[in-house]
Design a protein around this ligand. Structure first.
Ligand code: SF4
Ligand code: SF4
Length: 148
């Protein structure tokens, strides 16, 4: 998933470079791929094996690491082990890898995510985390399981 999107400014000099984390954690409606399932075209460390013909969904998505230059390189999803993204206004989401579900709880990520969650709550914005069948609301001082 590596090409400039019309209305978005990508961080200059950054590219996906073999990261295929978003290829795993999101559904691809055009191919019927479920979220958290590997895409048969994804080559870890190499990129998309179907790059020229990849679906529109793949062309349109960029994680926050590609969009926000203030995020250091350890927030690249292939390094962090999860994808940080903003799926809707006022919302920040951590989409985790089912094969590495605790990645967001490691440092330096856990402290930073807690701090963002506090700040977003203060601004009446939402921060959440999803991984497999689990969706949690992150409030900074606690997490709320939204699966009931
Ligand atoms: S998660 Fe981000 S860096 Fe990784 S492939 Fe997708 S857009 Fe590129
Ligand atoms: S088609 Fe390519 S870009 Fe799209 S999910 Fe599969 S590997 Fe990723």
């Amino acid at each position: 998933m590596d090409e400039a999107r019309g209305d978005m400014e990508l961080v200059p000099g950054r590219n996906c470079d073999g990261c295929v984390m978003c290829c795993k954690v999101f559904p691809i409606p055009e191919t019927g791929k479920d979220d958290f399932a590997p895409c048969p075209h994804a080559r870890v460390g190499e990129g998309c094996g179907n790059y020229a013909s990849r679906p529109e969904t793949c062309r349109e998505f960029f994680c926050l690491w590609r969009l926000d230059g203030s995020l250091e390189d350890d927030w690249k999803p292939s390094v962090a082990g999860f994808v940080l993204h903003d799926p809707a206004p006022w919302t920040l989401l951590v989409s985790g890898d089912v094969d590495n579900p605790d990645a967001r709880q490691r440092e330096p990520y856990a402290s930073q995510i807690r701090q963002w969650a506090f700040e977003l709550k203060r601004r009446q914005m939402l921060m959440g985390a999803r991984c497999g069948d689990t969706t949690r609301l992150l409030l900074g001082d606690r997490e709320v399981d939204l699966n009931g």
